[in-house]
Design a protein around this ligand. Structure first.
Ligand SMILES: [Zn+2]
Length: 453
């Protein structure tokens, strides 16, 4: 029995030695194939173990070959323990790096989040609208950007502008009261240059058109143009006491400087734009209301033109694509930073893919809103962003076909507001919002791509 025990012990020692030597061989062989890594290289960029081990494997192997089994086994054990420790440390380090890289970049936006109500197409009944306002608030909205167009009860000679289903004064007061009760500010929007089809289509105002057969724009050289839009503004102001901001539109004046009078005008398009807008902006400033204006007509302006309007207006910069890389002129933000103190951004939660779209691509709009957060985080420090308006277009213009309707876009609005409020969108946030909407947690929204830097 003693002999047998001794034999088993010897066999065990020899077997262990063989195993250890095999490990040494593999490690040495493997090590020779690798390029030495500097200590600063993280395990994420390479899963290789550091090769600058304090343990000399070759000398250890030499000792083992010399028959010093006890020493070699002890040292082999120490080697294995040291390697295991290094491996464990490397795993922890790798996990930390990967976790940090995968961590969502949160850019919570604390400014205003306005829900744009484009009432020039399929306007909802007021009874519906006041029911959804509490949900807007719950989802993160702080206000409404209300583009009444022909849904406002204009009076006197402007009564002709009213649509047959336009809101009554009582309904608008109900909207304002409900908004106030839900702590939502109101910013009305009245177009003052382009997109005035709802005015210029009427024969009473046709003489103000820039182009006889096109109802988009006013002629800035007609002496009645500015008084007409100021009257519209004043009527809307009268029904909205205590406003801090008022949006005067001003986008897409496509046919600027095309009428015979304007063509003879020595001023260029930008100068004519300033000439038309300046008195309107000053009118609002005189009433202690800050004007907001779409920015697209000014994007390529030199700084000297921008400075003409800088003290008078807060531009609202709009962009609705899911990827805004290279979307704006390269130096636009720098020029805006020198000309304006405060700006607004405009994203979209519906009506921004195709004029005929009848489907709301939620992921597209969530990506757009998150992209805006990225842009805002990189703006010149001189620019303060008052808020983001989440536009919800119903028609691309007064005569266009309808695109997505508001009720169908409410889930998109909830997800977009959630993304803006929290600064990210991930699987967990998606589940929370889906649950709040009564949607299954498995609601399909590809959120992984939103988490890239
Ligand atoms: Zn003209």
């Amino acid at each position: 029995m003693n002999i047998m025990r001794i034999n088993y012990t010897n066999v065990g020692i020899i077997f262990s030695l063989v195993v250890v030597l095999y490990i040494f061989y593999k490690l040495s062989h493997s090590s020779s194939e690798r390029n030495p890594l500097p200590a600063s290289v993280t395990p994420r960029t390479s899963n290789k173990l550091p090769t600058e081990s304090s343990i000399d494997l070759k000398s250890l192997a030499s000792i083992a070959k010399g028959g010093l089994f006890d020493v070699s086994l002890r040292q082999a054990q120490e080697t294995i323990e040291a390697l295991q420790k290094q491996l464990a440390e490397a795993e922890v380090s790798r996990d930390t790096v990967q976790k940090k890289d995968m961590e969502t970049v949160k850019r919570k936006f604390s400014g205003h989040k306005l829900v744009h109500l484009d009432l020039k197409g399929a306007p909802t009944k007021m009874t519906f609208l006041i029911q959804v306002l509490p949900y807007f608030k719950k989802w993160g909205a702080t206000g409404l950007l209300v583009e009444y167009e022909d849904m406002f009860p204009y009076k006197a000679e402007y009564e002709v502008l009213q649509a047959k289903n336009s809101y009554s004064e009582a309904e608008i007061k109900q909207l304002l009261e409900t908004a106030a009760a839900n702590d939502l500010i109101i910013i009305p929007l009245v177009q003052t240059f382009g997109h005035l089809e709802f005015v210029l289509k009427h024969k009473e105002f046709a003489y103000l058109r820039e182009t006889e057969h096109y109802t988009n724009s006013l002629c800035p050289n007609n002496k009645d143009s500015v008084p007409m839009v100021i009257e519209l503004i004043d009527q809307v102001l009268a029904l909205h006491p205590g406003l801090q901001w008022f949006h005067i539109g001003g986008d897409e004046v496509w046919n600027l400087k095309t009428c015979p009078v304007c063509l003879k005008d020595a001023r260029n398009k930008s100068e004519l734009f300033v000439h038309h807008m300046k008195p309107i902006l000053k009118h609002l400033q005189g009433k202690k209301v800050t004007p907001i204006m779409w920015d697209d007509m000014m994007r390529y302006w030199p700084l000297e033109y921008l400075k003409e309007l800088g003290p008078l207006v807060e531009p609202m910069v709009w962009a609705y694509r899911s990827d805004l890389t290279g979307y704006f002129p390269p130096d636009m933000w720098q020029r805006y930073g020198k000309a304006f103190k405060k700006i607004w951004a405009a994203s979209a939660f519906k009506g921004a893919t195709h004029p005929w779209s009848n489907f709301v691509p939620i992921g597209f709009h969530v990506q757009n809103n998150l992209y805006w957060l990225d842009i805002i985080s990189k703006l010149p420090s001189t620019l303060e962003v008052n808020g983001v308006a989440l536009t919800g277009w119903s028609r691309y213009d007064h005569y266009a076909t309808l695109c997505e309707l508001l009720p169908a876009a409410l889930p998109s609005l909830a997800f977009c507001l959630g993304a803006l409020s929290e600064g990210y969108m991930d699987e967990e946030l998606k589940k929370v919002i889906a649950k709040g909407l009564g949607l299954p947690e498995t609601f399909p929204l590809n959120v992984e791509r939103f988490n890239s830097k």
